[in-house]
Ligand binder design. Structure first.
Ligand code: URP
Ligand code: ZN
Ligand code: ZN
Length: 468
């Protein structure tokens, strides 16, 4: 039996904060007890490893429910592999990712899932799971969804955007929602009116409006809000729950708030880029704005306050990254002279826990809400709780010792993501990951990488735990 004791830290979960020692046995949390209590004092004798967390936070490992390692997209592929991306995630205090396997047009869901397993198997430093992008809703794929839910792939992303790529029409969306309503699955929606956006894209290019900032201008907040409203009502008709991904517009957040006030089982996530960046970044001179091209797009700064409020009021439940990195050189540059050819996506898997801690420092969130949004809620939303997302007896010992006083400056020169820029370059943050355990194994030890590719295990999931 292997035994680790984490001593003297302030243990923070979504539910409570307490000065406690943590006993880990065979990769799981065995017990928590007040620091210096007779029970805790006895644990150190015979422990294989004692980690001193005095003056630090002890928090659950982050659960990032939205990543795209190695995603083929926009004529290229996301630059982080499962190996580099999960290592970077660990550096940032995230110990579980849920990535998206992709169904190719005309192919079976299973074929897409097999491809993604082959990419990830033996590569990951931390545990991982999959959602499925359904890009071809038909009788066969609807039937396949039932089997996937039964085996632990319980969420399916549909797109109202990207006609000709991932796009589903309203009839297909309704059918997939009906299927999920019957089998316990959760539909995740990319809610933007892609057909209308494509018209605006062509009109902008015809006018000669080709710079990155026009990406934000054509993907209008109202077209996000309209699609969000439509998705909500389609889900209501289908009798199915709905999770809206990467909410960036305050009008879209308002649609979710209205639906939740009606007690509909509707949920949403936002991402750090929408909380910390804005259209000012998209408008940076030269072609620099390409670094910030993602969809849904960054919005004017005024939207940020509405998103913070939605997070505090639980109108949005989760913060994940939508990590989808493309290097500036050779990848983002594909769109010089035509913003519609800039691959959509931002890096961020390494930055999420720290940026949200900064939100605590800045007074946007409480410490417990930080842990809820980044760890507990994504685990509950996607059927991983309490194995993941909390520190409690029986949970996996995915644990972070976090120094809330350390100062850092975010930079591509020091980050571990396989991408040549940082969306947060030069930003000064208070707080930093010190040590990370994944199922009790040290992955980061006092800011040294001590993990290994292949430690991370595929983790089948249950169904959404907000519904029962
Ligand atoms: O720009 C983004 N979000 N890229 C990743 C694909 C998606 O829509 O999530
Ligand atoms: Zn999306
Ligand atoms: Zn995404």
């Amino acid at each position: 039996m292997s035994r680790t004791v984490v001593r003297g830290g302030l243990v923070i979960t979504a539910a409570e904060e307490t000065h406690a020692d943590v006993l880990i046995e065979n990769g799981r949390i065995a017990a928590l007890a007040a620091s210096d209590s007779p029970a805790a004092t006895g644990w150190t004798a015979g422990a294989d490893r004692v980690l001193d967390a005095t003056g630090r936070y002890v928090i659950p490992g982050g659960v990032d429910a939205h990543t795209h390692m190695e995603l083929p997209f926009g004529g290229t592929a996301a630059s982080d592999t499962f190996e580099s991306g999960t290592r970077a995630a660990a550096w940032g205090g995230t110990t579980t990712i849920i990535d998206f396997a992709v169904q190719s047009q005309g192919a079976a869901l299973r074929a897409g899932l097999d491809t993604w397993h082959a990419k990830a198997d033996g590569q990951c430093a931390i545990d991982y799971a999959f959602h499925m992008i359904v890009s071809d809703v038909n009788d066969a794929t609807l039937r396949e969804m039932d089997g996937l839910v039964a085996e632990g792939l319980t969420s399916f992303k549909l797109f109202m955007a990207y006609p000709g790529v991932f796009y589903s029409d309203d009839g297909q969306i309704l059918r997939a929602m009906q299927q999920a309503g019957g089998n316990g699955g959760l539909i995740m929606m990319h809610a933007e009116n892609g057909l209308a956006i494509d018209v605006l894209v062509q009109q902008a290019l015809a006018r000669g409006d080709t710079d990155p900032r026009f990406h934000g201008e054509v993907r209008k907040a109202l077209l996000e809000a309209e699609a969000t409203h439509r998705a909500i009502r389609l889900a209501q008709v289908a009798g199915a729950p709905l999770y809206v991904v990467h909410v960036s517009a305050r009008e879209a957040a308002a649609e979710l708030a209205r639906a939740r006030a009606e007690e509909l089982p509707v949920f949403g996530e936002t991402c750090p880029q929408y909380l910390f960046l804005s259209t000012d970044n998209l408008a940076e001179p030269g072609f620099e704005g390409a670094k910030y091209v993602c969809s849904t797009p960054l919005r004017p700064k005024e939207h940020q306050a509405a998103l913070w409020r939605a997070l505090r009021r639980d109108d949005l439940q989760v913060v994940s990254t939508d990590h989808c990195p493309f290097c500036f050189a050779g990848q983002k540059e594909l769109g010089r002279g035509d913003f519609s050819k800039i691959p959509n996506g931002l890096p961020g898997v390494e930055n999420r826990m720290d940026l949200l801690h900064q939100a605590v420092v800045d007074g946007h969130l409480s410490r417990r809400r930080w842990i809820e949004l980044a760890c507990a809620a994504p685990a509950r939303m996607f059927g991983l709780y309490p194995k993941k997302g909390t520190l409690a007896p029986g949970a996996d010992a995915d644990l972070v010792i976090y120094d809330p006083h350390a100062e850092q400056t975010v930079s591509a020169a020091t980050h571990h993501m396989n991408v040549d820029y940082s969306a947060y370059e030069g930003r000064r943050l208070t707080g930093r990951v010190q040590t990370v355990l994944s199922r009790g194994e040290p992955v980061i030890t006092d800011r040294e990488f001590t993990g290994r590719a292949g430690h991370g295990a595929y983790t089948p999931r249950g169904t959404c735990q907000y519904l029962h």
